[in-house]
Design a protein. Sequence first.
Length: 236
Amino acid sequence: MKPFLIIRTGSTFSDYAVLNDDFTDWTARAMGLGPHEWTICDVRAGDSLPEPDSFAGCVLTGSHDMVTEQAQWMLDTAAWLRGILGRLPVLGICFGHQLMAEAFGGKAGFHPDGPEIGSVDVTLNSAAKGDPLFSLLPQTFSAHVTHSQSALVLPPDGVLLASSEHEAHQAFRIGEKAWGVQFHPEFDAGASRYYVRMQEDLLVKQGLDVEAVYDDVRETPDSASVLHHFMAFCRA
C-alpha cells in the first residue's frame, strides 16, 4: 500500500510542539495513518519534492510564513503542484490552500477585514453536494481558523465549496483530485486556544474581544473528518 506524502511548509510554535507534536503529526493522526504510512517532505528546509507516483495522496500543511513572501521554496512547490494536478490527490491546509490558489491562477493576500481566529461556523454551498469530501459533511459545521492572509481570488477553474461569515473562500476544489481548505482540520481545541493566546495583541488591535474568542473555541469533529475523508478517497 502506498504511503501518504505530507509536505511541511511550516511548524507550530516550538514550545507547544515539545509537548504536543507538530502540524505533520496532527495531520497524520486525523487521517488515521500509522507511523509507517506517511512521510514528510520539508520544502521550507530545502527538501526536494518527490515524484508523485510513489504516493497515495498528499497534504500541504499550514505555515506561519506568508504566501506573498514568494520565497523560492514556495514558487518551486507551486510549480510542482501544477505538474501533478490530476495525477495525485492533494489537500492544502491554510497556507497550503492559499499556495494552491496562487499556483493555479488565483491570488493570495492579507484579508481586508483582518485576521480570522478561533472556532467559526463554515457553511457549504450547492457545489459541495456533489463533492467526494464535502458532501459527507453537515450543511454548517464548526472549524478552527487562524490566518491573516486568504485566497482572495480563486483560480479560474476553482469550484467554491464552503464559506464563513468572515472568509468567502473556506474551501475549493481544482479538477477532480485537488482541494484547498482555509480552516485547520488538524487542530484540536487545545491548539486553537493556544493560538488565540499567542495572538492576543493582534486581536486587540483589530478590536476583537479576546476572551470571547477564547471562550468560544470548541471541538470540531466535522471539520476534522475532512482529513479522514481525504484519506479514504485516496485509498479507494
